[in-house]
Each structure stands twice: as C-alpha cells, then as structure tokens.
Design a binder for this molecule. Structure first.
Ligand SMILES: *Cc1c(COP(=O)(O)O)cnc(C)c1O
Length: 417
C-alpha cells in the first residue's frame, strides 16, 4: 500500500492521472465504436429522404404525416407498398405474404421511414418486417407466460400482490415481429369496450391491496384521449390506487401520438408514469426526443423496457449506446427483458450469458442511471426474476469477498445484526 500521507501534492496528482488513464482504458473498446453506431440523430438525413419517398408513394403531405390518425390509417401492410420503400427480393416478397397469412404485420409510415432501405439487417427492419423464421419455429409456444390463466376479471392480468395490468386494446401502431402477446393480435383491431373496462374497474375497487395499475394492450395510447381520460379519471377516484402507468411503444413507433392535447389531459391524472420500449439507438430520433420531452414537460417520468433481441441489440456496446441516447431524451432505462419463448419469435432469442455480459459491461463502466435491471420472466406466469452477474464471491459472519466492476477481489468486513 502506498503511504499517501508521505506523498507530495505532485506525486498524488501523478497517481490520480495514472488512475484516470487506466479508467479511460476500461472503456477503450466503446470509445472506438460509439460513433459508428447508427442513431436516429446521425441517420436523420437518410430518414428524411425515406420520409419524402413514403409521402410520394402514399400521395400524402407533410401535414398529414404529423397527424397520428393519418399514421394509423396509413399503416403499411401491403407488400408492394413496402417494396416501393425498401429494397427486397421477389423471394422476400413471397415470404412476407406467406408469414402475413399467419401473423399480422403493419408498420406506421413514420417507423417505416427509419428503416435503412438497403440493409436487410437493419435493426428497425428486423423488428418490423416478417421473416421466414416466424413460420419455421418448432420450439416456441403461444402463451409461455400462462397469461390466459392469470385473468381474474375481464381485461385484467394479475401476477403480483399489489399491482396488475389492464389490457385496453389489441391495437398497436406497429406489430413487432418479436411480440410476446401475438396470440392477441388478430386481423381485427379491437379496443376493449367500456362495459368490460367497467368490470375491470369493479375488480380493482373491490381489491384494496391494488395500489399500482398498468394500462397496456396492445398499446395504451391507441385509445382516444377521451377514453383514456375517462379510464384514468375512474382510477383517480379509487382511494387505494396510488399510481398509474401507461405502457406504450408510440414514442418509438409513432411519436406523432404524443400531442400537446394528450399531454395536457395526462397532466390532470398524476401520479402517472409512462414506460416505452426503445430497442436500438436508431429509434432515438429527433421526433422521439420531442415526444418524450413533451411527456416529461407534463411531469411524467419516462422509463424504458427494452427486449434483448438477437441481431438487434445483443451487443454490449449497442446496448450502452441505447441507454446513453435514452438518458439524453429524458428516458430512464428500467428493464432489459430476456426474450421469451413465444411461437414465431424464437429466432430473436439469445443466451442468458449474453444478457449477463451486457450487465457486466454496464455496471461501473457507465452511469448507474444508464443501467436497467435484466429480467427473465419465469415460465407459467411466476413472475419477473432479476438476473445479475455475481459481485458477491463469498459471505461468512466475519467478511464478504466482493468482486468489483473491474474484476478485482476485495475483502469487506461483515458484522452481526
Ligand atoms: C410486468 C408486470 C407488472 C409490473 O411489474 P413491475 O416489476 O412492477 O414493473 C405487473 N403485472 C403484470 C402481470 C406484469 O406482467
């Protein structure tokens, strides 16, 4: 051990500089690649060109583009329209038709504009355009979470003591190819009728331990402002409901939904939280930033629930960049979900080692604010289970041996309670 009290100021400064350079080297690999990772900001010129092309193909105006109802009405679900926007082979067109007859697909014009038209491995394209693996999946099951068995009342999924989900619609602005609830995504868009939502509200009223209600779907923000205002208002009236959360991917797939009118309505229903699902830095665009900024301005804390997806974000540098980009647009990384074994999506699955490696490369290496919790969903609806690299090597009544983020082993004194 250096005797620090015997060092001159100069010697102390020299040691600190040596340590600083060591610290910088810890992230050398990230510093080398970070600017080459595509983001919605550094690809903005390409995205603008694609937007112009899509407006041409759809015969629409810039004004229409900013209208979320236009975005919904004009979701792309025709192979020929899609082929006019991104390069694709005749074989790929055939595959999309074949997969489309089994699993629904539709892409908002906005989300389509993020796709790199020439790259079949574009992370946005992979989330949006069907591929052959969806129908050649011998392993997946339709409902690995047993959600069908956890609904004590209409529209409700309850798997925890003090909180539950209300599923308000099966609609989304874009149908993710990795969707875990694809069994609910039919050909027909259905919002849950108010009389069923009223039954869900009755259940919540009758169960006083429910203090946290998550409104999701589908996508919670597919409801009209009016219906949401009504539902949130009913929840506000229930004394034991302390907080409400909305689950929506629209900040990612259709930021036009986040209008000033929506935000001023939501502002009347605090405490309210919104969780979204950004999976790749390419999705963090100026438009998404504006949408999130507007929600934040309305006092709504924003969280992100990413899904770990092979070929999209199963790289620790990409995941770190994603979390940095999210903090810049005021979104706090909340969860990284290990992809589930849902039929038609298992080609997105990664090893658990991959997830743990990502967590290892975040902790200590970057802001704690940029570190979500890595979650594996226990089968049969037994709940979210956090996984983490081990930092506790051993524990006895006298001491713990801990492993630091730099992989150094250290004794740490323990004591009795
Ligand atoms: C994920 C989930 C929740 C919320 O879990 P948190 O860990 O509190 O974010 C609540 N109910 C159900 C059924 C869920 O799947």
């Amino acid at each position: 051990m250096t005797q620090t009290n015997k060092l001159t100021e100069q010697e102390k400064r020299a040691l600190a500089e040596k340590r600083a350079s060591e610290l910088r080297n810890r992230i050398a690999d990230y510093l080398e690649v970070k600017d080459s990772i595509t983001t919605g900001f550094n690809a903005r010129e390409r995205i603008k060109r694609q937007k112009k092309l899509i407006l041409d193909v759809l015969g629409a105006t810039e004004d229409q583009w900013t209208d979320w109802k236009w975005q919904i009405r004009n979701r792309i679900y025709d192979v020929d329209v899609l082929a006019a926007i991104v390069n694709m082979s005749p074989r790929e067109k055939e595959i999309i038709r074949e997969v489309g007859s089994e699993f629904r697909w539709a892409i908002s014009p906005y989300y389509a504009s993020l796709m790199d038209p020439t790259d079949i491995n574009c992370p946005v394209r992979k989330q949006a355009i069907p591929c052959i693996n969806e129908v050649e999946d011998p392993h997946g099951v339709l409902d690995p979470m047993g959600e069908e068995l956890t609904s004590p009342a209409p529209a409700i999924t309850r798997r925890y003591p003090d909180r539950l989900i209300v599923n308000v619609t099966n609609q989304c602005a874009m149908y993710c190819r990795h969707c875990q609830r694809r069994r609910n995504i039919g050909e027909v868009d259905k919002n849950v009728p108010r009389e069923l939502l009223s039954k869900a509200l009755d259940y919540i009223r009758a169960n006083e331990e429910i203090r946290d209600v998550l409104i999701t779907g589908g996508d919670a923000l597919m409801l009209t402002d009016n219906t949401l205002d009504w539902l949130l208002g009913e929840l506000d009236e229930i004394p034991h409901v302390e907080i409400k959360r909305l689950g929506s991917r629209t900040p990612v797939t259709m930021p036009q939904r986040i209008t000033p009118a929506l935000c001023s309505m939501l502002e009347r229903h605090h405490p309210l939280y919104v969780n979204s699902q950004f999976n790749h830095p390419l999705e963090v665009t100026p438009e998404a930033a504006e949408a999130c900024g507007r929600l934040a301005q309305a006092g709504i804390p924003l969280g992100n629930q990413a899904v770990l997806l092979k070929g999209i974000n199963d790289d620790y540098n990409v995941m770190k960049k994603l979390n940095h980009e999210l903090l810049r647009i005021r979104v706090k990384p909340y969860y990284i979900f290990h992809a589930k074994n849902v039929k038609g999506t298992t080609h997105f699955g990664t090893s658990i080692e991959k997830g743990l490696k990502i967590m290892e490369k975040l902790r200590g290496h970057t802001s704690g604010m940029a570190i979500p919790t890595y979650i594996v969903n226990a089968p049969k609806g037994l709940g979210k289970t956090p996984l983490s690299p081990d930092y506790l090597v051993s524990l006895s009544p006298e001491k713990a041996v801990i492993r630091t983020w730099e992989d150094k082993l250290q004794d740490y004194p323990n004591k009795e309670d």
